[in-house]
Design a protein around this ligand. Structure first.
Ligand SMILES: *[C@@H]1O[C@H](CO)[C@@H](O)[C@H](O)[C@H]1NC(C)=O
Length: 291
């Protein structure tokens, strides 16, 4: 800036000054100079504050040459140490645990894993809740190490593929309808009972029923009649001794009352037949039955 100073001639001085003399000085003077200093001072203060703030932010945010606090930028990507909170969805291609540690997913509410199709509909769901674990899928399968199905559930059937299905509860297993199996047997040291406590028990096998007690006896007790009925075959009681210990014994009556009485006769092969009773034995009269 150029300031022009005009110097006036005062009265009484005898020095003649040339007219129109002007003094030019180069620089900033007076209040403008002070303003400039003030301005520079202000700038300096702002600069210092700025620097302090920057250092403060760097310190607060834990900036370091490798990253920011627990967040390190490495060649392979990001590495975050310490707890991290993502309040909104986190998109990731894979989630792995760290080497030699397990992976834990936990929540005080449900933990849900969904499988979706390209249209976004849920096709499979595994939900672990505080009260139950729920699997929503068309099929649920547990397989062994060599991918043999051990337990399979789908809409049609439950298949247990293990070598043994053991029900340990004291109430046993309850089947609302039939049980289909080729063999029912108990533990080797236990007896087997088939029981229908309040109703009847029926065994039905069109091609034959075989009951065998290889080292014991067979006993059939009944409150009412025991009927052994064969429509086409014979009833064979194959034993050395046959006893009817409680057979009622008749009392002697007049000979004329023989009508309607029969005698039991036996063929050599053990076949029994009835013969009309007479005063003496009449078996020989009807023995042609044995031929
Ligand atoms: C957790 O899951 C159960 C069963 O599906 C559901 O009834 C319950 O509402 C769920 N709880 C929350 C908080 O979503």
């Amino acid at each position: 800036m150029v300031r022009e100073q005009y110097i006036t001639t005062t009265e009484g001085t005898h020095i003649e000054r040339p007219e129109n003399q002007s003094v030019y000085k180069i620089g900033i003077y007076g209040w403008r100079k002070r303003c400039l200093y003030l301005f520079v001072l202000l700038l300096l203060i702002i600069l210092l504050v700025n620097l302090a703030l920057t250092i403060w932010i760097l310190k607060v945010m834990w900036f370091s040459p490798t990253g920011m606090g627990h967040l390190h930028v490495t060649e392979d990507g990001l590495r975050l140490e310490g707890d991290s909170e993502f309040l909104f969805p986190l998109y990731a291609k894979e989630i792995h645990s760290r080497v030699d540690s397990s992976l834990l997913l936990q929540s005080t509410q449900n933990v849900t894993v969904n499988a979706r199709n390209p249209e976004g509909e849920v096709t499979g769901r595994l939900k672990v809740g505080p009260k139950m674990v729920e699997v929503q899928s068309q099929q649920f399968q547990i397989s062994s190490k060599d991918s043999k199905p051990l337990f399979t559930v789908d809409e049609k059937a439950v298949v247990v593929g293990t070598d043994k299905l053991r029900v340990t509860g004291p109430e046993g297993a309850l089947f609302e309808h039939s049980v289909e199996t080729p063999l029912i047997k108990p533990d080797p040291i236990q007896d087997l009972r088939l029981e229908s406590p309040t109703r009847s028990l029926s065994m039905d096998a069109p091609k034959g029923v075989h009951i065998q007690a290889a080292a014991g006896k067979i006993e059939a007790l009944s409150q009412m009649d025991i009927v052994l009925h064969s429509s086409d075959g014979t009833l064979v009681l194959d034993a050395e001794t046959m006893c009817l210990p409680k057979l009622a014994q008749g009392t002697q009556g007049p000979a004329s009352s023989l009508q309607g009485l029969y005698e039991i006769c036996a063929c050599p092969d053990g076949k029994l037949y009835l013969s009309v009773a007479g005063v003496g034995t009449t078996c020989h009269e009807n023995s042609h039955i044995c031929l």
